[in-house]
Design a protein around this ligand. Structure first.
Ligand code: AMP
Length: 564
């Protein structure tokens, strides 16, 4: 029996000298250890240094600047009326919302308020929020300047300033706005700047506004990659909302014998393993919060190939000696190129080619480039396999199965049927009909809809000044129809997490009661109060009727078409 590394701890975070409340909040979020940028940046920021962080989206940089900022602001909470004590400048409205939500999450339990300010939203609402008191403001430069001019934002008592995605803010022409904003802050402030690379214009802005800054970087571009085994590396660019569906498609397409799917948090691991199982994959969760006995059991199942997918955090997978992994799938981009190399090193062992697949958000392109620089190997950024690709792959698999069966023999009984049919039909036709039957059986589990590629969304990213600089929130959505894809409908189920509903309950009810295979279902979203399930539109009504006539988790629930 294997002994896995001890459940890790939050000690990683404790060692960074953060207040217990902050450690509690990252634990509650399911984080197992600090990411590389957090490990390096947090102690420096906590000691009061100015900082240049060279790290892009996906590295955990938001927590890297937020946790020490909260740590500092929470130490003395006597708030000056109306003055912001922390300011985070970000390039887009979308980021302002995201970062503000993230700060809110990390600040849970602390008496600190966060207010996002971005263009396109009503001014008076923002003014009211500022008047109520905003310890931390997350703003796009244009809108921050608007508020400064109207004197609805006061930065005279600012303690911490963060310039997030500074290179993008400069690309968008915000340099002067940033300068003007900074003149309204005290010299005593602490300043942190995050950018992807140390371009000359970044050097200029840090020279002007940062004092004796320390520099941390997560892309050690010069370090040798070590010997990577032969690994085919692919990345698919997908929006957050489609990730689960994309993972299902990738797993359908690759049909891995043994895969590790890496996620970041314990919570994500549990949810993903649950959802995959509900969709009919043999998936098991592995994370540092599990008892040793449970983890041993999971590893046994995986080693004996009774579970083909292990969904794991980096911490839990560390030190595992697994010899037969055919695929490593990064459900989330790893937190540094080194972690990426470490993860994918688990495949392609014993002289076999391995396959590494990464699902990346459009904003995480720069991460893929840092990995290429580190490994000096190419990552192919490809469109997600289409339904036609999947069909072709399955046909190929059928051919392989037949070839194996023909080599192994043992089909004497079937021969008599062929002989009988051959009296009546051409023997080639008999064989072709048999192949079609086998293939149709495989096709019955085909997903019903195409998935929209997020690459187009990426290309359309707005740059440059002028016009509406702050893009509206670009929600990615699933394509409803394509030439050969069935349209999908969304069903509302009036019970959610609070009622103990898990993906398996919904899929179980639909497959069991309406006879629709799990693979035909799309995304499943479960909130506290309700759930949403994507189903093939053509079957939606029969699924509705079937679900209304049954109980889910022992209770009758409302089921209807989702009205959005
Ligand atoms: P960011 O690079 O700040 O946009 O963060 C990317 C993602 O990583 C977010 O979804 C965070 O919730 C997550 N994250 C940040 N720090 C950690 C950590 N220490 N462990 C696991 N996930 C993390």
């Amino acid at each position: 029996m294997t002994t896995l590394p001890r459940p890790a701890s939050v000690s990683g975070f404790s060692a960074l000298g953060l207040a217990p409340k902050l450690i509690a909040s990252v634990t509650a979020l399911g984080y197992e250890e600090p990411t590389p940028i957090q490990r390096e940046a947090i102690p420096l920021l906590r000691e009061g240094h100015d900082l240049i962080g060279l790290a892009g989206t996906g590295t955990g940089k938001t927590a890297a600047f937020t946790l020490p900022m909260l740590n500092r602001l929470a130490m003395h909470t006597t708030r000056q009326p109306a003055g912001a004590r922390g300011l985070v400048l970000v390039p887009t409205r979308e980021l302002a919302m995201q970062v503000s939500e993230a700060i809110h999450k990390y600040a849970k339990g602390l008496p600190l308020t966060v207010v996002p300010l971005y263009g396109g939203a009503p001014m008076d609402q923002q003014i009211r929020a500022l008047r109520r008191g905003a310890d931390i403001v997350v703003a796009t430069p244009g809108r921050a300047l608007d508020h400064l001019r109207r004197q609805t934002l006061d930065l005279s008592g600012l303690e911490v300033l963060v310039l997030d995605e500074a290179d993008e803010m400069l690309d968008m022409g915000f340099a002067d706005d940033i300068d003007t904003i900074i003149t309204q802050t005290p010299d005593t402030r602490q300043t942190a700047l995050f950018a992807v690379t140390m371009a000359p214009r970044i050097a200029a802005i840090t020279g002007k506004h940062l004092r004796n800054p320390r520099r941390v970087t997560i892309a050690h571009e010069k370090r040798a990659a070590g010997k990577l085994p032969r690994i085919r590396q692919t990345a698919y660019i997908v929006g957050r909302a489609q990730k689960m569906t994309a993972l299902g498609r990738v797993l359908d397409f690759e049909n891995p014998k043994s895969a590790i799917v890496f996620c970041r948090t314990r919570i994500e691991v549990d949810e993903l393993a649950d959802t995959l199982s509900a969709h009919g994959f043999g998936a098991q969760a592995l994370h540092g919060g599990m008892e040793q006995k449970q983890r041993d059991r999971v590893m046994q199942l995986f080693r004996k190939e009774q579970a083909e997918i292990l969904v794991a955090t980096d911490v839990a997978a560390r030190g595992l000696d697994i010899k037969h992994v055919s695929h490593v799938i990064n459900y989330d981009v790893p937190t540094s190129p080194e972690v990426y190399v470490h993860r994918i090193g688990r495949t392609g062992r014993i002289g076999r080619d391995g396959i590494a697949i990464t699902l990346a958000h459009p904003r995480e392109h720069s991460f893929l480039r840092s990995v290429e620089a580190l490994t000096r190997q190419k990552i192919d950024v490809l469109p997600l396999p289409s339904l036609a690709d999947l069909r072709a792959r399955r046909l190929e698999a059928t051919r392989e199965q037949l070839r194996e069966q023909l080599t192994n023999g043992g089909f004497e009984d079937a021969r008599t049927i062929v002989e009988a049919l051959a009296q009546e039909f051409d023997v080639f036709d008999v064989a072709a009909a048999a192949v079609t039957l086998v293939h149709h059986a495989a096709e019955s589990t085909m997903p019903a809809a195409e998935i929209e590629s997020a690459a187009a969304h990426d290309r359309s990213r707005e740059r440059g000044r002028g016009g509406d600089r702050e893009r509206p929130h670009a929600a990615t959505s699933r394509t409803r129809t394509t030439e050969h894809a069935a349209p999908m409908a969304v069903l509302f189920v009036g019970a959610g997490k609070a009622a103990g509903i898990r993906p398996g309950d919904l899929v179980g009810a639909i497959t069991g009661e309406a006879g629709v295979p799990g693979h035909a279902l799309g995304a499943i979203t479960i909130t506290e109060t309700h759930s949403l399930v994507e189903v093939p539109a053509a079957r939606a009504d029969s699924i509705l009727t079937a679900l209304r006539a049954t109980k889910i988790r022992g209770q009758r629930v409302t089921v209807r078409h989702d009205r959005g």
